[in-house]
Design a protein around this ligand. Structure first.
Ligand SMILES: [Zn+2]
Ligand SMILES: [Zn+2]
Length: 190
């Protein structure tokens, strides 16, 4: 049987609690200060699991979370519930406003309310990140489309068809350039 784990804040014995359905992840909770201990990797598992369900959100929320961090309260360096070494304090994620206590070897401690703040941050951040990525994807798509159109135009002129006759100067040089480039690229590739 493993040694009882103590809350790094109030020294209460921590109670194992399942945060995910099916008891997939068991965290240790302090019934007094509502803090939570996550063994290494557990926090990531839980945040990942919640991303899907909390996929809505909003700038306002991110603002509120950031505000929350504006009043940090008292900063303590608590002992790791597993090895009792004093834990590091580190910000968890960009702008999450959550400063977790971390034992490099054993895991992460979150004070009461910090997990909720992290959930909010994941929801807000996940959403924003998604948006950013789809804009980026769209831009790439447009660039690819443009490149394809240019290639087609160049190819049309190279074979001397009607499209080329409409804008002889521009397209002829484009066709010549494209051919030369294709030639160079082919040589580089082989
Ligand atoms: Zn406690
Ligand atoms: Zn430890």
């Amino acid at each position: 049987m493993k040694t009882k784990r103590q809350c790094p804040r109030c020294r209460q014995i921590l109670q194992p609690t399942s945060l995910l359905e099916g008891g997939r992840v068991q965290v240790d909770t302090c019934t007094q200060c509502r803090g939570l201990w996550f063994d290494a990797g557990e926090l990531q598992t839980i945040l990942k699991a919640t991303t899907d369900e909390l996929a809505r959100v909003d700038q306002q929320l991110i603002g509120a979370i950031t505000d929350r961090s504006a009043s940090p309260g008292e900063v303590h360096y608590g002992p790791c519930p597993v090895c009792c070494a004093v834990m590091d304090r580190c910000a968890h994620g960009h702008r999450s406003g959550v400063v977790a206590d971390r034992c490099r070897t054993h895991g992460v401690w979150l004070d009461g309310g910090e997990l909720e703040a992290l959930f909010d941050w994941v929801a807000a951040g996940g959403h924003l990140l998604d948006e950013q990525m789809s804009v980026e994807r769209r831009r790439k798509e447009e660039r690819r489309e443009q490149a394809r159109a240019e290639r087609l135009a160049a190819a049309g002129v190279a074979t001397g068809d009607a499209a080329g006759a409409e804008h002889p100067g521009h397209h002829r040089s484009g066709g010549w350039l494209a051919d030369a480039l294709a030639d160079v690229l082919e040589r580089v590739a082989s």
